[in-house]
Design a protein around this ligand. Structure first.
Ligand SMILES: [Zn+2]
Length: 265
């Protein structure tokens, strides 16, 4: 029996952060993330960056360096209240603006105001979006069944008690693996807010048992796992993707299959 709940380096847990709207406070938050070695995804509205100069673009690239930038639509409308053509326009234009600044495919999303429905998901998929985060807290550590309906664990205001639970259960076989915290950096107003945020980040940081990843890194890794080709007797593994993946066999062996390699184990 092969199971896929194993992450880079053979780790069994993953932590990710996700912040919306793009704000000057993102810089301080990223400073905090970098201090503790955790990673985040920042969902930006492209309309705020139209016509900016090269110096401002470079400042944005510096600000978000080492983390992921993703879509949040051009102008922060409510996708569930839009005709599909507006969702397409708002998504595709956002991609183009952000890609023009950051220089890589920007194919992640979080729903502005948490607004989505079946049609807006279809429209965003047509625009090349591969995952999108909701604002519905699942209050657990589940992996999404559908990455276009990626429910976070919780908003950061509710995170601290769950941090304790997550860290206390790191070695449990019976709990889910992913802690996903979302919020807005513009909600961090007072020094008390920042101290609270640092408590959250520091309580989750520095564990060799946890993979600290951006949203797209999680998506890419799990897609690569799904593409593994495995012999019927589960002794030969071919990894056609361009990143190493790990699996667990019979609840004991952790097997690494490097990118493009066939492993016999
Ligand atoms: Zn927003």
């Amino acid at each position: 029996m092969i199971q896929l709940h194993i992450y880079p380096g053979g780790k069994r847990r993953v932590v990710t952060f996700s912040y919306d709207d793009g704000h000057v406070n993102d810089s301080r938050l990223i400073g905090l993330f970098n201090k503790y070695g955790v990673k985040g995804t920042f969902h930006l509205n492209g309309s705020r960056y139209i016509g900016i100069g090269e110096a401002e673009k470079e400042a944005l690239r510096q600000r978000y360096s080492g983390h992921e930038v993703a879509c949040h639509t051009m102008r922060h409308g409510w996708p569930s209240r839009m005709p599909m053509q507006s969702v397409v326009c708002e998504t595709f234009e956002d991609r183009k603006v952000l890609e023009g600044i950051f220089g890589y495919p920007v194919i992640g999303m979080s729903y502005p105001s948490g607004s989505y429905d079946g049609e807006s998901i279809q429209a965003m998929r047509a625009c090349g979006i591969v995952y999108s985060r909701t604002t519905v807290p699942n209050k657990n550590f589940a992996i999404p069944e559908d990455f276009m309906v990626w429910h976070p664990t919780c908003h950061h205001r509710d995170a601290l008690p769950l941090c304790e639970k997550f860290m206390a259960e790191l070695d449990s076989q019976w709990t889910m693996p992913m802690f996903y915290i979302w919020g807005h950096a513009h909600e961090l107003v007072t020094e008390e807010n920042w101290e609270y945020m640092e408590k959250i980040v520091s309580s989750l940081a520095g564990s060799e048992k946890i993979w600290y990843a951006t949203n797209i890194e999680i998506y890419n890794y799990m897609e690569a796992q799904k593409r593994l080709q495995i012999s019927a007797d589960e002794t030969v593994f071919y990894n056609p993707s361009d990143i190493s993946v790990w699996v667990e066999r019979d609840k004991k062996d952790i097997i690494e299959i490097p990118a493009g390699v066939t492993v016999r184990a």
